[in-house]
Design a protein around this ligand. Structure first.
Ligand SMILES: [Zn+2]
Length: 436
């Protein structure tokens, strides 16, 4: 296999990043390391002669931006972004120290290995190689390393687009997580899933009220009972299937690749035919509403006047309003709905020169590669960047061993990235950016 300077360097950079604990607990008081990691990235870029800017949204919550001028500066710029924070890891559950960056069995182990210090390292390795060799990309590349992706983006991408939107001036497309990884069909065929859409998120708090009273009396207006009935209706409800353009394209293309007859009008049947790959998109054919928290009462023999519950809602692109109307019907008129946190769904089409370049870059390194668009049920920094009118793609290329359960590694125990996959990713990213 051909090796490049970037492919040689990426493993060391990824290891360094894994050794910087950037745990984002969701509480700014206990969130650590984002500034240290951003300074590490800044030093690596400065060392290569690339100018960087660090922007702190709050003490130690650092975001980094660097613009690499391209040959044709009149073209729209390409944003390449990665977050530096990680979710917490409980060392007692791991087979290695989650912040050791240990290399064994062909993997680099550590929290963030695939989410997403692998891609953070690839970005650095590619542009450092360009700087060393004097390579100038066809158009401007804006590199962005964010804080706080794992806890709502308030101190990261969201803050950047609210406070420094001028830094993204002229960006027409973006590449970040979660996509570009392989799913092996057989020796000659690997599907690489490119994320073109994300579900929206709506955390709702339901507030029920009733007449407070003594627990020993007959009582017909109990806030706890009123709330429980509504929560039960929501929890047991299955919203109807909706096939968005991305899911339709996914089903058709996967069906074609696997030589399976797929009818997108029957999405549940279609998905059932897909085998293990079904897990990836099971939640992407309908809106969901899952009750997650309950709160009421302060004493065993007192009926409280108020009770509340949280519902975690995930909506398909274009479905937010009709979903909310259906949920309102389900909950009934007497319960108040509070919007605690909202992030819109995003979707872009799977076409254009950049999409073609993704396929070409993958096939150059893996002749059995075939790209397929998909809708992800979770959310990423793409939610913030797409509000600037940027077309966002999840494409952090990784060729994975056929037997690796990749999805379970996200926020999972023993998160790890294959070393060869990392080197593969660098070569693909380099090709993509050179031909974008
Ligand atoms: Zn991530």
């Amino acid at each position: 296999m051909e090796t490049t300077a970037a492919a040689d360097e990426v493993v060391g950079i990824c290891r360094d990043l894994l050794r910087i604990d950037t745990t984002n607990t969701g509480d700014p008081r206990t969130t650590v390391g984002e500034r240290v990691a951003a300074e590490y990235v800044a030093a690596k870029l400065t060392d290569a002669g690339i100018e960087v800017e660090l922007h702190e949204s709050a003490p130690k919550r650092a975001n980094l931006i660097a613009r690499i001028p391209g040959v044709d500066r009149s073209r729209g710029a390409l944003l390449v972004h990665g977050h530096l924070d990680v979710v917490p890891a409980d060392a007692s559950e791991w087979s290695v120290d989650p912040f050791s960056g240990e290399e064994k069995d062909g993997y680099l182990w550590g929290r963030g290995a695939i989410d997403m210090k692998d891609f953070d390292a690839m970005m650095l390795a590619v542009v450092r190689d360009w700087a060393r060799t004097g390579y100038v990309p066809p158009r401007d590349i804006v590199l962005c390393y964010t804080a706080d992706e794992e806890a709502g983006m308030q101190y990261g991408s969201q803050w950047l687009v609210e406070n420094h939107r001028e830094k993204f001036e002229g960006c027409t497309e973006a590449v970040g997580e979660v996509g570009g990884y392989s799913y092996t069909v057989n020796d000659d065929l690997r599907l690489y899933l490119v994320q073109t859409a994300e579900k929206g998120l709506d955390w709702l708090r339901l507030h029920a009220t009733g007449r407070p009273g003594h627990g020993s009396f007959i009582h017909d207006d109990n806030a706890v009972t009123n709330l429980a009935e509504a929560v039960s209706r929501v929890g047991h409800h299955r919203f109807p299937t909706v096939v968005t353009p991305t899911v339709r394209a996914f089903l058709e293309q996967v069906g074609d690749a696997l030589h399976i007859d797929i009818d997108p009008a029957e999405p549940e049947l279609a998905i059932a035919k897909l085998g293990p790959i079904a897990n990836l998109i099971g939640a992407t054919i309908r809106n969901t509403a899952n009750p997650t928290r309950l709160e009421a009462g302060y004493k065993d023999n007192v009926i409280p006047g108020r009770a509340s519950a949280t519902i975690d809602c995930r909506t398909l692109p274009g479905e937010a309003d009709s979903f909310l109307a259906a949920l309102r019907d389900l909950i009934g008129p007497d319960i108040e709905i509070e919007h605690v946190h909202q992030q819109p769904a995003v979707e872009t089409s799977f076409d254009g020169a950049l999409v073609d370049a993704m396929g070409a870059a993958l096939r150059a390194e893996d002749p059995g590669a075939r790209t397929v668009p998909y809708l992800m049920s979770g959310g990423t920094d793409a939610k913030a960047f797409s509000t600037l009118g940027i077309r966002c793609f999840g494409f952090a290329p990784l060729r994975l061993p056929a037997d690796l359960n990749f999805a379970s590694l996200f926020h999972g125990i023993d998160e790890r990235v294959p070393v060869e996959g990392l080197k593969f990713g660098v070569r693909v990213l380099d090709r993509l950016l050179r031909n974008s």
